[in-house]
Design a protein around this ligand. Structure first.
Ligand code: BTN
Length: 248
């Protein structure tokens, strides 16, 4: 059960780092670490994750995935779906998924997911780190995508505890689906919640930019893209942006 136990910090380096420490201590599947503030919050691709103090949901869950490692791409997809569903069901906010795990509302990023994995004594673990912008309304600094929050979308503050509980409930549902039916099933659910497929996109790899068509999500969670010359390939990591935002 997600949130079976919860450790909360007023301030911590990164909840993902704390959840990793829990793995080394053999904590149970679904253990959660939350914080009001992270001094070294981590984002994907070695970026940092900035969040105002006591404004947002910063949470990491420890899991011991039962499926083979080739399927672990499904973890980031299912976490994105869980956030998408909590926004819709609990706050009537319509979101859209951007591969691999950004959650957007009208092109603005409301949540991100960072998966970290490892092994201890032959037992594989993964940490599902989720940052949801809840009550922050001022965002200073540089963002790859313009940010938004639940408060901005709903016009009123939201209860971070309610967001946490709703996320745990959704993760219970979507993780169970992944465990029982695998990544192909999660990819199908992800496809239905993404507006990026069938559209032009830009793949950013360091300073290089490549215009592609985002064709589909493969059964293993990779993004299938097609270059201008018709060459198709699968992406397993990196950043992909809607074409019109790519040169910001
Ligand atoms: C991204 O979009 O780049 C992923 C952001 C993930 C941020 C969350 S906040 C809670 C957890 N702890 C971290 O250090 N990162 C994740």
């Amino acid at each position: 059960m997600f949130g079976i136990s919860r450790e909360h910090f007023d301030e911590v380096d990164s909840t993902n780092a704390r959840a990793k420490a829990l793995a080394l201590a053999g904590a149970p599947h679904g253990s959660a670490v939350t914080a009001d503030f992270q001094s070294a919050g981590r984002g994907r691709e070695d970026r940092s994750w900035q969040s105002g103090r006591a404004a947002n949901l910063l949470v990491s869950f420890l899991v011991y995935p039962e499926r083979p490692m080739e399927e672990w791409g499904g973890l980031s997809l299912l976490a994105g779906i869980a956030v998408h569903e909590l926004l819709r069901e609990s706050f009537t906010v319509a979101a859209d998924l951007k591969w691999p795990n950004d959650v957007l509302v009208s092109g603005r990023k409301i949540a991100g997911v960072l998966i970290e994995t490892g092994q201890i004594d032959g037992r594989a673990w993964a940490v599902i780190g989720v940052g949801v912008n809840v009550n922050q309304t001022n965002f200073d600094g540089d963002y790859l995508l313009p940010p938004t929050s639940l408060a901005l979308e709903c016009g009123r503050d939201a209860d971070r505890q309610e967001v946490f509980s709703a996320l745990c409930g959704q993760l219970d549902i979507w993780y169970a689906r992944w465990r029982e039916r695998g990544t192909a099933s999660i990819a199908t659910a992800w496809r239905a919640r993404s507006g990026m497929l069938g559209r032009k996109a830009v793949v950013r790899d360091g300073d290089a930019r490549l215009e592609v068509l985002a064709v589909d999500i493969a059964p293993d969670g990779a993004l299938l893209v097609e270059d201008a010359d018709g060459t198709r390939r699968l992406l397993y990591a990196g950043d992909v942006f809607p074409s019109e935002r790519a040169h910001d």
